[in-house]
Design a protein around this ligand. Structure first.
Ligand code: 2BA
Length: 146
């Protein structure tokens, strides 16, 4: 049976694992959907954070959210891309982490979310924690059990 000899891993602060803000693609609430789609397409990611001008976390936007927003009854209304804003479409109900959270909390949340945004106490964006990074570290520690 697998057991963690040390619980230290689960209590590690998440800041050891985050992708820092400057490396994360993002858009602003006032950007139009055309710009958001461009950033999503060029970055290759399906979902990215939405940050205001002061780098405070406002929500997340994804390609499916944009497609859904411009879907008409009989066709995709591409002309809407230019006029609709990110803030009209973004999701604001996703969980996020703060800089004091630990690996254990992140692990549970990453079951249902491919990444989590991390903010400081004032809501200023610090980076993201991805499922890939957490699985990589978990895999390393499982290997140590052998
Ligand atoms: P997705 O875009 O759906 O990507 C799912 C997985 O596909 C990623 O898992 C990664 O392993 C791979 N992948 C996708 N696009 C990639 C790219 N341009 N370069 C390298 N690998 C790529 P994770 O790395 O665990 O990321 C989970 C989610 O976190 C991504 O979901 C994306 O929504 C977000 N994400 C990751 N890095 C980001 C960044 N630098 N900027 C913005 N969002 C990021």
């Amino acid at each position: 049976m697998i057991s963690f000899e040390s619980k230290d891993v689960l209590h590690t602060n998440i800041m050891d694992y985050i992708i820092p803000a400057e490396k994360v693609a993002h858009v602003q609430p006032g950007n139009n959907l055309e710009h958001a789609l461009l950033i999503l397409t060029k970055s290759g990611y399906t979902a990215i954070p939405v940050l205001d001008a002061k780098y405070r976390l406002q929500g997340l936007i994804s390609s499916p959210m944009i497609t859904e927003a411009i879907l008409g009854l009989e066709r995709i209304e591409f002309e809407k891309l230019e006029h609709m804003k990110v803030e009209e479409v973004m999701a604001t109900d996703k969980p996020w982490l703060t800089i004091h959270d630990h690996f254990r909390k992140a692990l549970g949340l990453l079951i249902n979310h491919p990444f989590l945004c991390v903010t400081d106490e004032e809501g200023v964006f610090q980076g993201i924690l991805t499922r890939r990074v957490i699985l990589k570290h978990l895999n390393y520690h499982v290997d140590q059990l052998k």
